[in-house]
Design a protein around this ligand. Structure first.
Ligand SMILES: Nc1c(NC[C@H](O)[C@H](O)[C@H](O)CO)[nH]c(=O)[nH]c1=O
Ligand SMILES: CC(=O)[C@@H](O)COP(=O)(O)O
Length: 137
């Protein structure tokens, strides 16, 4: 049984709750254990994963970034994804479930377990990467 840490950027609580439900269900269905920590926003997620890297087998990043009026969206969405990808290339098993959408309706469709279930998808990706890590290390 693997120990998986869900790192949640709690910026949009109602959307996060849906993503978390999917992620936790997928981890439990695969027979693994999970804990959740909360950080302020998507920009803090990669740093939190880096800090906790030695304490868990895999990570699921959860959050929602919705476009506003300014260039801030590009910074938050792009830099958080870039830093998570850098950690992935360091060999850390991570599934990225941080939604980057134009509006709340797009985020809802992607967060709901009954629709696109992106939280569950990210958890399954983390588990798949963990299995690859175990195979090659
Ligand atoms: N606008 C969104 C943010 N912004 C906050 C940043 O992620 C960060 O917490 C702040 O700049 C302090 O370092 N975060 C989200 O998760 N979603 C957003 O839509
Ligand atoms: C991530 C964003 O773009 C958003 O939350 C910030 O909004 P704004 O650009 O209107 O300040």
């Amino acid at each position: 049984m693997a120990k998986i840490l869900i790192v949640e950027a709690r910026f949009y609580k109602h959307l996060n709750d849906l993503l978390l439900e999917g992620a936790r269900a997928a981890i439990e269905a695969a027979g693994h254990s999970h804990e959740t920590i909360t950080v302020p926003g998507a920009l803090e997620v990669p740093g939190a994963i880096a800090l906790a890297a030695d304490h868990y087998d895999a990570f699921v990043a959860i959050g929602v970034v919705i476009r506003g009026e300014t260039y801030h969206f590009e910074i938050v969405a792009g830099e958080s994804a870039r830093a998570i990808m850098a950690l992935t290339l360091d060999g850390i098993a991570i599934g990225n479930g941080i939604l980057t959408t134009e509006n709340e309706a797009q985020a809802l469709t992607r967060a709901r377990r009954t629709e696109k279930d992106k939280g569950g998808e990210a958890a399954k990706a983390a588990i798949a990467m963990l299995e690859l890590q175990q195979k090659y290390s």
